[in-house]
Design a protein around this ligand. Structure first.
Ligand code: NAP
Length: 296
């Protein structure tokens, strides 16, 4: 068997087109332009690239894009004051503070300072709690994108067995909550799991969010399973001095066994930014008391 490739790039492009359409309608019908503010502290090269692409994608969707750049030695109080100003700014419906933050700043304090209604990353404890108890919440972008792809590939998810490897607050934990909410039977694996290959072999849906290059081998995968590889790991490339990006799943081996699989790159990654835009539209509509358009 050769697994179907889940093309995250194409999926994200189609989602971004629907978002641009929804933004144009909100503008026309309600005079509402969703606005996203992205805050970057310091000049970490990877963060700088992420922030630039988020700004460009926001602008391309017809939304207001504001980027706030602060020097690396910014005191925590100054960042908290900026978050406070963005919380009060009626043009801004979503706030994202790019992680990681410099060591003098407590990331949890910053996340806690963001108005939960504008928390488009879905990291605030209020949103994590709402997701856990099944109330409408801002859902973290990466798991949200994974769910959209799973529903597209599998349709109804009810009753399926799912394994999530990883229990971080950003990916693994919310992913597991979303699968439970979709009536899957969910197992969460982590670094203390005793028999990871055995847990994998039982799963119809396997989501790997670990950060260990090619940890999940082909013979761990249940034949026909749907595999979502969230991992993004840089390893040495074929030529000296070059690196390449691989996931948490040994792709070539897994593709021979799975029913469908996301590649790395080009799978989950592109969906994360598209879902950030979707969350900004959701946040703007909720703040404006307007029905949230169906985007998935
Ligand atoms: P993280 O916070 O480091 O969490 C990793 C999780 O994996 C932890 O729960 C850890 O278990 C578990 N783990 C580590 N080694 C393991 C092993 N040998 N067996 C089983 N579980 C193991 O990472 P994260 O932020 O969730 O990110 C995970 C990966 O996704 C990274 O590669 C990251 O770059 C990628 N990512 C991609 C996107 C995207 O847009 N594509 C977005 C976010 C993250 P413990 O809890 O026991 O320590």
């Amino acid at each position: 068997m050769t697994a179907r490739l889940i093309d995250g790039k194409a999926f994200a492009a189609a989602l971004r087109e629907r978002i641009a359409g929804a933004v144009a309608t909100l503008n026309r019908a309600h005079g509402l332009q969703p606005g996203l503010a992205v805050v970057l502290v310091g000049e970490d090269p990877a963060s700088t690239i992420y922030v630039r692409s988020k700004g460009e994608a926001t602008h391309a969707a017809g939304m207001l894009s504001v980027t706030e750049r602060l020097p690396a030695d910014t005191p925590e109080a100054e960042l908290l004051a900026l978050v406070g100003r963005l919380n009060r700014d009626p043009r801004i419906h979503g706030i994202l503070v790019q992680m990681p933050l410099p060591p003098q700043i407590n990331a949890n304090a910053v996340i806690a300072a963001i108005d939960p209604a504008k928390d488009v990353d879905g990291f605030h404890v209020e949103n994590a709690g709402r997701l856990a108890v099944g109330l409408p919440a801002m859902v973290p972008c990466t798991p949200l994108g994974c769910m959209m792809m799973l529903r597209d590939v599998l349709g109804e998810l009810r009753g399926r067995s799912a394994l999530v490897i990883g229990r971080s607050n950003i990916v693994g934990r919310p992913m597991a909550q979303l699968l439970v909410a979709a009536d899957c039977t969910v197992t969460v694996a982590h670094s203390r799991t005793r028999d990871l290959p055995g847990e994998c072999r039982r799963a119809e849906i396997l989501v790997a969010a670990v950060g260990r290059p090619e940890l999940v081998r082909g013979d761990w995968i249940r034949p026909g399973a749907t595999v979502i590889d969230v991992g993004m790991n840089r390893i040495p490339g074929d030529q000296p001095g070059k690196t390449r990006l691989v996931g948490d799943v040994a792709f070539a081996e897994a593709r021979a066994v799975a029913g469908a699989i996301t590649p790395v790159p080009g799978g989950v990654g592109p969906m994360t930014i598209a879902c950030l835009l979707a969350n900004t539209v959701t946040a703007a509509c909720r703040q404006g008391g307007i029905a949230v358009p169906a985007l998935a």
